[in-house]
Design a protein around this ligand. Structure first.
Ligand SMILES: [Zn+2]
Length: 297
């Protein structure tokens, strides 16, 4: 742990309200979340450094890098994924008012979104730090997938779209990442950042068992206000906030497992439905949000 910890967004060392959260999915270790008094960002205080964190991703349950289709859960997951991929494509094309262009997907995983966009005619480029996922993405999309340090080679103002689907909360070096995004985004371009929402209804209901804390893999636990303050420091501004409607179902199912020890869908489903329905009226309390981001004018 750092001796004099400070906020990764605004560098304030006035920190408050520590809460202890267990890593339920991999290590069983306990990590501390703390809130910055300056900008309100909730972050993981004692998270492992970038070179130490890979062992916390070693889990069969960490489904974002798998393409399994064996169990009922995996079949439903794949069905939902196909639907969300198509929704993301429509969202991107509507917001940038383009049907083709240059797209960079940061943290592209095994390349499903890149493949969807490339098939639709977009010029795509992906970055993925995990070697195994990178190889799969490269094979699927037939493009060279970049490593993290190769982002620096992307030409300035070259991208119409930059997407980070549940990625920014995993990024150790926020200044480097956000400066790169600002640099490579065209003046008319848009960034799509999906992250869990620490102000969500389901976060309040499940408390320390809320699955989307996902420590220590999630380094930051953003809210609409704290992410907006972070982006502003890099000359970026949030132009829209959109709820991700499927996320509460997955998050509540896992949270229920962490709270009660079993994957009881009859207990998690009513809460997920309530979170989904309430977020239609209070989108800033949705389980996860997509922030549509542009250059500050
Ligand atoms: Zn702060």
């Amino acid at each position: 742990m750092q001796l004099h910890p400070c906020c990764p967004s605004c560098s304030s060392n006035e920190l408050k309200h520590p809460i202890e959260i267990k890593d339920h999915s991999v290590s069983g270790e306990v990590f501390t979340l703390i809130t910055c008094s300056g900008c309100g960002l909730l972050f993981t205080l004692n998270a492992p450094a970038a070179h130490e964190i890979s062992r916390y991703y070693q889990s069969d349950a960490y489904i974002s890098h798998t393409d399994g289709n064996a169990t009922l859960f995996e079949k439903v997951y794949q069905l939902v994924r196909r639907f969300t991929l198509s929704s993301k494509k429509q969202l991107v094309e509507r917001r940038v008012l383009l049907k083709k262009g240059f797209l960079l997907d940061i943290g592209c995983g095994t390349g499903a979104f890149l493949f969807t966009m490339k098939t639709a005619g977009w010029e795509v480029c992906g970055m993925e730090p995990d070697e195994g996922a990178r190889a799969k993405a490269s094979e699927l999309t037939q493009t060279n997938i970049l490593e993290l340090d190769q982002l620096a080679a992307i030409p300035s103002t070259s991208m119409d779209v930059i997407s980070l689907w549940h990625v920014l909360e995993h990024v150790h070096d926020l200044p480097s990442m956000l400066n790169t995004i600002k640099r490579v985004l065209k003046h008319s371009g848009k960034v799509f950042i999906a992250v869990p929402n620490a102000n969500a209804y389901d976060a309040g209901w499940y408390g320390t068992h809320w699955a989307a804390y996902d420590v220590p893999r999630h380094l930051y636990h953003f809210t609409p206000d704290s992410i907006s303050k972070l982006l502003k420091q890099y000359g970026l501004t949030v132009v829209d906030e959109l709820p991700m409607h499927f996320d509460p179902f997955y998050v509540c199912m896992l949270s229920e497992k962490y709270r009660s020890g079993s994957m009881n869908i009859f207990r998690s489903l009513p809460l997920a439905l309530a979170s989904f329905a309430l977020s239609l009226f209070h989108k800033r309390k949705a389980s996860s949000l997509i922030y549509v981001v542009a250059h500050e004018s």
